[in-house]
Ligand binder design. Structure first.
Ligand code: FAD
Length: 338
C-alpha cells in the first residue's frame, strides 16, 4: 500500500488567509523540479482526488498543504453569464440546470471526468489546475527510481519520451478545460496582493513542468462564463475505459448562429499536447458558413494540424492524432440546427 508522506495541514477559513499563507510559506520561490520527489515548501489542495494519489507516488512532497475546503467559494451564480466558484464540485457543475441547458459542453465534460465518487469531491478549480500526465511520470517512486527518473522530477535528466526534447512533454489532461475554452471562459486568480482576471486559454503554457502561466503563490478563485445566448456546444472524449479514465483526446466545439450563418465559433482540443489549444483556424473556417460539409472538413483539418500527440499516454500516437478530425467532424455536425 502506498502511504502519504508527512506534511503540515492548514485549513484557512478565507481565501485572503489562504493566499497570505501561501506567500508566507514561500510558494513563490519554490521550484517544482528536484531529484525524484520534488520537496516543495507548500501546495494547495482542493478535493485532493489528483494531488493525494500523486503525493502517494512521491510526485510531490510538500512540507505544508493548504486546504481550500473551507476557503473556496462553491456557489454557481447566474447573472450576466455564469460564475462558478473554484470550490464547486464536478457533480455540482455537471448537474446544474443552467450549465446543462446553456453550456452543454461543460456539463458533458464534467460528467465524463473519472467516477461519481471522484466527481463528488473533485472541484472545478482542481480540474482547471490539474497536473500534466505522462506514462513515465505517473508511476510510483519505486518504479521511477528503478527505470530512471525523467525531467519532470529531476532537471538533470532528459525527457524519456523524446530524449532530444528541450522541454517536458507531459500531457494536458483536464476534461473541463477545452469545454470552458470553447465557451469563452475567463478565470479569476488571487494572490496576497489582490485579484485579477485572465482568459482561461491564457492560463496554460506549452511545458509539462510549469504548465500554468500563473505564479506558484496564486490560486484560481472562480471560472467566469459569458452569456450563452445563441451558442450551441458539445464535448467529445476518447479514453481507454468508458467507465472512467483520463482523456487521451478531448475536443470541444461551440458555435453561435445569426440566422442561418455561423457568426462565431470556437474549437478547443486537449490531451494532444502539453497545453489545451484553442484552434483559432478551425473557428475561422466556420464563420459565415452554415456548417456545410466542406466548412466542417476545413475546421477538422485545422484541428488535425494543431494536434501534437506524443507517445506518452495510452492509445497510439496515430490513433490519437486521427481521432481529432473525426471528433471535430462529429461535434460540428451535431451542432447543426435541425
Ligand atoms: C482514477 C482517477 C481518474 C481520473 N480521471 C479523470 C478524468 O477522466 N478527467 C479529468 O479531468 N480528471 C481526472 N482525474 C483527476 C481529478 O480527479 C480531477 O481532475 C479533479 O477535478 C481534480 O480536482 P480536485 O479538487 O480533486 O484537485 P486536487 O487534487 O485537490 O488538486 C489538483 C491540482 O490542482 C491544484 N489546485 C487545486 N485547486 C486549485 C485552485 N483553486 N487554484 C490553483 N491550484 C489549485 C493542486 O495544488 C493540485 O496541483 C482522475 C483522477 C483519478 C485518481
Amino acid at each position: 500500500m502506498l502511504r502519504l508522506p508527512r506534511f503540515t495541514f492548514e485549513a484557512p477559513a478565507t481565501m485572503d488567509a489562504a493566499v497570505r499563507m501561501l506567500r508566507e510559506r514561500g510558494a513563490a520561490e519554490d521550484e517544482p523540479a528536484a531529484v525524484g520527489t520534488p520537496r516543495l515548501r507548500v501546495m494547495v489542495v482542493a478535493g485532493g482526488t489528483d494531488l493525494f494519489p500523486n503525493m502517494k507516488r512521491r510526485q510531490f512532497q510538500p512540507e505544508t498543504l493548504i486546504s481550500l475546503h473551507r476557503a473556496a467559494d462553491r456557489a454557481i451564480a447566474n447573472g450576466s453569464g455564469l460564475r462558478i466558484g473554484a470550490g464547486a464540485t464536478l457533480t455540482q457543475v455537471a448537474g446544474h440546470d443552467v450549465v446543462r441547458e446553456r453550456y452543454p459542453a461543460l456539463a458533458e465534460a464534467a460528467a465524463l471526468v473519472s467516477t461519481p465518487q471522484l466527481r463528488n469531491v473533485g472541484t472545478i478549480g482542481g480540474n482547471v489546475a490539474l497536473d500534466t500526465r505522462c506514462n513515465w511520470y505517473d508511476q510510483s517512486l519505486f518504479w521511477r527510481g528503478a527505470e530512471g527518473f525523467c525531467m519532470k522530477t529531476d532537471p538533470s535528466v532528459v525527457c524519456r519520451v523524446a530524449p532530444s526534447s528541450p522541454r517536458c512533454l507531459a500531457v494536458a489532461s483536464a476534461d473541463t478545460v477545452p469545454a470552458l475554452i470553447a465557451l469563452g471562459a475567463r478565470v479569476r486568480v488571487a494572490n496576497a496582493d489582490g485579484e485579477r482576471e485572465l482568459a482561461l486559454a491564457d492560463l496554460y503554457r506549452e511545458d509539462g513542468i510549469r504548465y500554468m502561466a500563473i505564479a506558484r503563490d496564486e490560486i484560481v478563485t472562480a471560472v467566469l462564463l459569458p452569456e450563452a445566448d445563441g451558442w450551441r456546444s458539445t464535448y467529445l472524449k476518447l479514453r481507454d475505459r468508458g467507465s472512467f479514465d483520463f482523456p487521451i483526446v478531448g475536443l470541444a466545439a461551440a458555435v453561435r448562429f445569426e440566422g442561418t450563418a455561423v457568426a462565431d465559433a470556437r474549437v478547443a482540443i486537449t490531451a494532444v499536447g502539453s497545453r489545451p489549444v484553442l484552434v483559432e483556424a478551425a473557428g475561422a473556417a466556420l464563420i459565415g458558413t452554415s456548417l456545410e460539409d466542406d466548412a466542417i472538413a476545413a475546421a477538422a483539418d485545422a484541428a488535425h494540424r494543431a494536434a501534437r500527440p506524443m507517445d506518452n499516454t495510452s492509445g497510439t500516437l496515430a490513433q490519437r492524432k486521427r481521432t481529432v478530425p473525426v471528433f471535430a467532424t462529429r461535434a460540428l455536425r451535431a451542432l447543426r440546427p435541425h
